[in-house]
Design a protein around this ligand. Structure first.
Ligand code: MG
Length: 164
């Protein structure tokens, strides 16, 4: 093989939040009408938190909890989309761009199907890519997996590929 291989870096992220009545549910920067929402120091956007960790992991940087500690009052109620923008800038400053992103959300209810296009669009604009570079899958927990199955928790995992 001749020439130089493209410098690409893969990263994975995972996040979980408890859900309670009377809280807001924000997924991928999109507000979802729901009787239950995330219990969190920030806005509890589980999907964006998993994407942030995937981006930081790919860039060889610290994780979300180190960068935005939940003991820091300035992140109380923080807009996770704004945190993702900050991470995008940090990663871009190291010479990386996002090649693509793929993510899965596990949420028993409400069903996220009607919101997937809006979530893809929002994430694409935050990451400077076309929506075709953003994969968003939503699944239920099939009523099992403990608190995920009873609708008392939301989980997300993400894979991000960065290129130079
Ligand atoms: Mg989180």
């Amino acid at each position: 093989m001749t020439g130089m291989a493209a410098d690409v870096r893969v990263g994975t992220g995972w996040d979980l939040h408890r859900l309670e009545e009377g809280r807001n549910l924000v997924v991928g920067g999109v507000s979802i009408p729901s009787p239950k929402g995330s219990v969190a120091h920030s806005d509890g956007d589980t999907l964006i938190h998993s994407i942030i960790d995937a981006m930081l992991g790919a860039a060889g940087m610290d994780d979300i909890g180190t960068l935005f500690p939940d003991t820091d009052p300035s992140y109380c109620g923080a807009d996770s989309a704004e945190l993702l923008s900050q991470v995008f800038e940090l990663v871009a400053a190291r010479g990386f761009h996002v090649c693509n992103l793929d993510a899965t959300i596990v949420l028993q209810s409400p069903k996220l199907g009607p919101y997937k296009a809006a979530i893809r669009q929002r994430l694409a604009s935050l990451l400077g890519v076309e929506p075709s570079c953003v994969g968003v899958k939503a699944k239920t927990a099939e009523g099992i997996l403990g608190e995920l199955g009873t609708g008392s928790a939301i989980m997300a995992q993400a894979v991000v590929l960065l290129g130079t």
